[in-house]
Design a protein around this ligand. Sequence first.
Ligand code: C2E
Ligand code: CA
Ligand code: CA
Length: 406
Amino acid sequence: MLGKQIRSFAENEIIFREGEAGDCAYLIETGRILVYLMKNGTEIPLKVLGKGDIFGEMSMIDCSLRSASCRALSEVRLVTVTQEQLVDRIQSADPIVRLLMRALMDRLRVQNDAIRGISISPATVMSEKDEREKQEALERISLENRIAMGLENDEFLPHYQPIYDLETQQIKGCEALIRWTTSDGKTISPGMFIDVLEESSMMLQVGQMMIEKCAADMVRLQKALPLAPDFFISVNVSGKQFADPNFVTHLEQVRSRTGISAANLKLEVTERIMTEGPQAIATLQSCRSLGYKIAIDDFGTGFSSLQYLASMPLHDLKVDRTFVFQMMSHEKPLSIVKTLIYLARLLNLNLIAEGIETPAQLELLRKLGVQMGQGFYFAKAMPYNDFLSLLGKESAAPATPLKIAA
Ligand code: C2E
Ligand code: CA
Ligand code: CA
């Protein structure tokens, strides 16, 4: 168990000496400590640290020997920080942050060596892990730069995947999925860049741009075709956007500028919104009271809690495509789908199944009572013009109830 381990040292007691192997880092709970170097038997003070400061972390981070000594300047109480506690956090940090940390540590060591009178050693051969980390950081920063350039050049836009009523086979709306068409004409799916976006401040800008483009496309569709009043475009909204206190104001500005109805815009959220704090949930509540439809996406793949589900102001529950994919051949995913259907009924939510690829999946979902669905069986996400002509064909020749191929 990772208990809070306390170590106490008396005034002047040595906590560790340079050159020793480190077994933990320390957070100072009370008292003061001195970090120092030894040169020709003389103590060279580097820094005095006090309550809340951390020390001894360098040898934990890269498994090196202690690079300086520390002694208590008064009676001190120290909370130990284990290597696992530090390493887990560092591993999950952004590669740029890791690179930065390594550079700072290297610089500090060079400084300490200079104080000790040791000349700068030639660059050591990098380990495979260091090499990989540097490469990862380089790729990451260059992807961020290319995304920023792409945003400036307006290279991101929504594609639309139709969402069908499984019974009547009519298109009830669509999901907007972001695509990046680079200057050389390549179209890149979000799997390649959405995580980088989510972790950067660019997500707010991109999210806002998606809402604006979807609203503008909704107006164009409504002008071109006799759409049902509840025809919707479903937009993926990240937790970060919901946590932004300006989100609702921006959303409302788009609505009044374009004149679309709130009911035409559905906001897809994932369970991760729960980790964004109370502001995000408050935003969700405001959206709901303003009339926007709210769908919970990827339900069951994250840290689902029924309590969360019951407390969120939702309209739709989207059955994740992994369950749809596996339900034909595995008992457990099928049970999960059945449970979701039961849950949705209980909570008065509409169900939308994702990832329908085969007639057999469609037939089973329909039999189980799922109302709506999307998937490659019907259509992949497509650019606006293709979606417009698909809808145009449908309104020219209304769909007949689905005939399922054997
Ligand atoms: P998602 O919200 O779960 O979107 C559904 C994904 O399933 C889409 O992938 C879609 O192309 C894919 N899909 C649909 N039908 C099928 C099918 O029958 N079979 C299979 N194998 N896949 C199917 P896509 O477009 O690559 O998007 C991936 C994820 O990126 C989305 O998952 C969503 O989490 C995120 N994303 C997409 N656009 C946006 C956006 O504008 N904002 C945010 N925050 N996230 C977005
Ligand atoms: Ca989605
Ligand atoms: Ca999904």
